[in-house]
Design a protein around this ligand. Structure first.
Ligand code: GLN
Length: 545
């Protein structure tokens, strides 16, 4: 295939309709027919990237191999496609303006007035086509964040209009995702909001080629005809997207509705039966677990599902791999104390202490580590969670009562976790952490070497603080081992307690790399350890009865 084809996904009526999942599901169907497909997200906010956004604002910040801090939808893209994304897959208005302004400062506009049209729209078009021009993809799906009609979305919709025109009808199409609300008082599904949102799109000169309609009820034939007639799309291009029990059902739901066929026909490409064998095997295991385990997730954003998105999805992948249902019990670290730790944790088969920044809730995380360490409950600490494990061990096993991270207490007598040397002169907050994939060498005879079955691994990072190597020999002598090290700097990437049942802390984020096709081995092993722990405990309590 010589020309890259472009599919734009816009949203109407309301936000949170799941554009990312629709884009990822369509991409999956196209990939499963042999098309090299990637997905890109354009976000209309002014932050240069979501790295400086609080999870309350924007959910999890997802990190790519090349160190981009991105929207969590990129996590879905990778989990569905099993193909890494990069800096080019997420672009914000802030980033667009930043590059245009930098060009202006370099004098690249030769004295011209710099304007939204054409300069901002040109930059958007350029960013959309970077992936297409790389030669790596047959199809690029670009999801446009926000809702059509928003002031901030206008330059993006205008860029789409121009691209459709420049690239030609069969090279660029628009899928518009809308909501068909159900009014229970009237007992009716309503099409009017969709008609209005398609009209809003048309006011900007963009015709939708396909309508994907989110709905809680089946769309009857006459309603589809009505939508087709009033929204200028062919009846077969009205696609129902009914609520699903899991996001992983959506590719099959879209396949049943023929979304892939309609799209490929519009793009002038051949369609065939997608090969979803592996995907469906995963679904089969996910939906028919043989056993179950309960894992506590200790964090400070637990009331928000999106804050720990990749961790929750990694547990779904690892659960399916182990053929168990993983129940996640979210436990707020701010409410965890030495007094209530047993009550909150004793029934769990595993505990994960989550990543995070700042002081809020850290003493609760430390209490959680203490309890699971003393009670042999399988433990996985990620990033801040690993740092808390080091602090807990230093305080309660080495007796360094004041041990802390300098992130929480700059003047602590025992900075067992300290700012990385490379971070000491950094003032800017955005994009300046240790980000992306770094090497880690694994020690023999460790859980890590058993899990990864490899001597050197590459995992993704997002942190400023590290294990303070000045305390390494002291900590190792007391029984906590550094089993993973960065080969260039000696930075501790993995810690374990060999005398414990299963105790692993990692400075990196394994959750970002877990996909349906490749469940992360560390999560798989952790769930397995939880299952073993449960089985062992059950047999002990049965013997006692
Ligand atoms: N706040 C810690 C650091 O910057 C941990 C970061 C994280 O958990 N992602 O090192």
């Amino acid at each position: 295939m010589t020309t890259t084809k472009y599919i734009f996904v816009t949203g109407g009526v309301t936000s949170s309709l799941g554009k990312g999942i629709i884009a990822a599901s369509l991409a999956k169907l196209l990939q499963a027919q042999g098309y090299r497909t990637t997905i890109q997200k354009l976000d209309p906010y002014i932050n240069v990237d979501p790295g400086t956004l609080n999870p309350y604002e924007h959910g999890e910040c997802y990190v790519t191999d090349d160190g981009a801090e991105t929207d969590l939808d990129l996590g879905h893209y990778e989990r569905f496609l099993n193909v890494p994304t990069s800096q080019s897959n997420n672009v914000t208005t802030g980033r667009i303006y930043q590059s245009v302004i930098e060009k202006e400062r370099r004098g690249e506009f030769l004295g011209k007035t710099v304007q939204v049209i054409p300069h901002i729209t040109d930059e958007i078009k350029h960013r959309v086509q970077i992936l297409g021009k790389s030669g790596d993809y047959d199809i690029v799906i670009t999801e446009i964040g926000g809702t059509v009609g928003d002031i901030e979305s206008l330059p993006y919709v205008e860029a789409v209009r121009q691209l459709k025109w420049e690239l030609g009808e069969s090279n660029a199409i628009v899928i518009h995702l809308t909501l068909i609300p159900y009014l229970s008082a009237a007992g009716e599904l309503k099409t009017k909001p969709t008609q209005h949102s398609v009209k809003t799109l048309m006011e900007s000169g963009v015709m939708a080629d396909v309508l994907v309609c989110r709905t809680e009820h089946e769309l009857p034939e006459d309603l589809r005809d009505k939508l087709a007639k009033f929204c200028n799309v062919r009846p077969e291009a009205v696609i129902q997207s009914i609520d699903a029990s899991t996001i992983y059902d959506v590719p099959n739901l879209m396949l049943d509705q023929g979304l892939d066929t309609v799209v490929l026909k519009k793009l002038g490409l051949d369609s065939s039966e997608p090969d979803l064998t592996q995907w469906n095997q995963f679904l089969e295991r996910h939906k028919n677990p043989i056993g179950e385990v309960t894992i506590g997730l200790i964090g400070k954003y637990v009331e928000l599902q999106d804050s720990y998105k990749s961790i929750l999805e990694a547990f779904i992948h690892a659960g399916a791999e182990n053929e168990v249902k993983v129940h996640i019990e979210s436990i707020h670290s701010e409410h965890l104390t030495s007094k209530n730790a047993a009550k909150k944790l004793k029934h769990l088969h595993g505990v994960l202490v989550a990543p995070g920044f700042g002081e809020r809730g850290i003493e609760g995380k430390i209490e959680a580590v203490k309890y699971v360490r003393e009670h042999n409950i399988p433990f996985l600490g990620i990033c801040l969670g690993m740092q808390m494990a080091v602090i807990e061990y230093s305080r309660n096993v080495l007796g360094l009562k004041e041990a802390n991270s300098t992130e929480m207490d700059e003047t602590t007598a025992h900075p067992v976790i300290d700012l990385m040397a490379s971070q000491k002169d950094i003032v800017d907050k955005g994009g300046t952490m240790r980000l992306g994939a770094w090497d880690c060498d694994i020690a023999n005879d460790s859980i890590a070497s058993e899990v990864y079955k490899s001597h050197t691994i590459k995992e993704r990072h997002r942190h400023r603080y590290e294990f303070n190597n000045a305390y390494k020999s002291q900590i190792e002598e007391a029984g906590m081992k550094a089993t993973g090290l960065n080969p260039e700097t000696g930075l501790v990437e993995i810690i374990e307690i060999p005398s414990h049942n299963w105790f692993v802390g990692v400075q990196y984020h394994p959750e970002y790399k877990s996909t349906v096709a490749n469940p992360h081995p560390l999560f798989v092993a952790f769930v397995k350890a939880a299952l073993n722990f449960k089985t062992k405990n059950n047999s002990v309590s049965m013997a006692q009865n």
